[in-house]
Design a protein around this ligand. Structure first.
Ligand SMILES: C[S@@+](CC[C@H](N)C(=O)[O-])C[C@H]1O[C@@H](n2cnc3c(N)ncnc32)[C@H](O)[C@@H]1O
Length: 265
């Protein structure tokens, strides 16, 4: 097991982003896709958000690209366990040409993916997203970014430590603040419709009587409980807890920010 993401895959952990389940509730509320919409998630992790979309919105077509073969495997298992087809989930780093025609999607979204990418990949991904979105199509993303006032030196130090112990950076220091992401989006041919700090958001994923969602929850619980039967997972969880404590500070240095952008014609 090399990165914290491998641990989360092994334990079927969903909602790995700012505000967790509520954050996904907000995304769905903002996206509100119409029947017939084609949607793409980049970096879908264990697949929960794609499943929520499938179960909560009639007639949407969901697609996903994920770099990690392990995450894909777990998302496929989640879908199979929940009784949903996973044929449109693919393993593929999203910094190479996407396997979709131009103008194919009505919306693209990411939850905690863009800000942890290497700089060169990030620009390539923006270009690909622009290519596959239809004119006027929307891009939504929820990313944890640095708070104003955190110095570049502090970001570099935290990122170095995170790479060492978790195998991923905390957040890019090249585009550190929400204002940088607004600039980046505009540079890449998007109009920024809203930038919302997640802290002030009150959203939820309301209960829905759907056996597929219920089974997906069981799948999540099964992953969590696998720690009870695996000494290595148990140890890893303990270690991660200790490491998180080392990173805890009185003043939080990150903030979750939700962006809604529109592809300019
Ligand atoms: C922090 S996790 C978030 C997972 C999921 N979006 C969620 O919120 O639960 C980041 C995910 O992005 C994926 N990822 C990282 N780089 C990627 C890339 N270049 N293309 C596609 N996926 C990528 C990782 O494998 C991981 O599953």
């Amino acid at each position: 097991m090399h990165t914290i993401l491998d641990f989360y895959a092994r334990t079927h952990t969903p909602y790995l982003h700012a505000l967790g389940r509520e954050g996904t509730g907000y995304l769905l509320q903002q996206m509100a896709p119409k029947p017939g919409s084609r949607l793409l998630e980049i970096g879908f992790g264990t697949g929960q958000t794609l499943l929520e979309l499938t179960c909560r919105f009639d007639g949407v077509d969901v697609f996903g690209l994920e770099k990690s073969a392990e995450m894909l495997r777990v998302a496929q298992k989640r879908f199979a366990f929940s009784g949903v087809s996973a044929e449109r989930l693919q393993v593929m780093p999203a910094n190479v040409p996407f396997p979709f025609p131009p103008h194919f999607f009505d919306a693209v979204y990411c939850e905690s993916v863009l800000a942890i990418l290497p700089d060169a990949d990030l620009v390539k991904i923006w270009q690909q997203i622009r290519l596959v979105l239809r004119p006027g199509g929307r891009l939504f993303f929820n990313e944890s970014l640095w708070r104003d006032g955190v110095s570049l030196a502090k970001m570099a130090k935290i990122n170095e430590k995170c790479m060492e112990v978790f195998g991923i950076p905390q957040a890019t220091a090249t585009w550190p603040y929400p204002s940088d992401w607004k600039y980046l989006a505009e540079q890449q041919g998007f109009e920024v419709l809203s930038v919302v700090p997640m802290e002030g958001i009150r959203a939820s994923l309301p209960f829905q009587a759907d056996s597929r969602l219920f089974r997906s929850r069981i799948f999540t619980l099964a992953g969590k409980s696998s720690m009870l039967f695996s000494a290595s997972l148990w140890k890893k969880q303990k270690l991660l807890r200790q490491l998180f404590q080392q990173f805890a500070t009185k003043e939080p240095y990150l903030e979750g920010v939700f962006f809604c952008c529109r592809k300019k014609d």
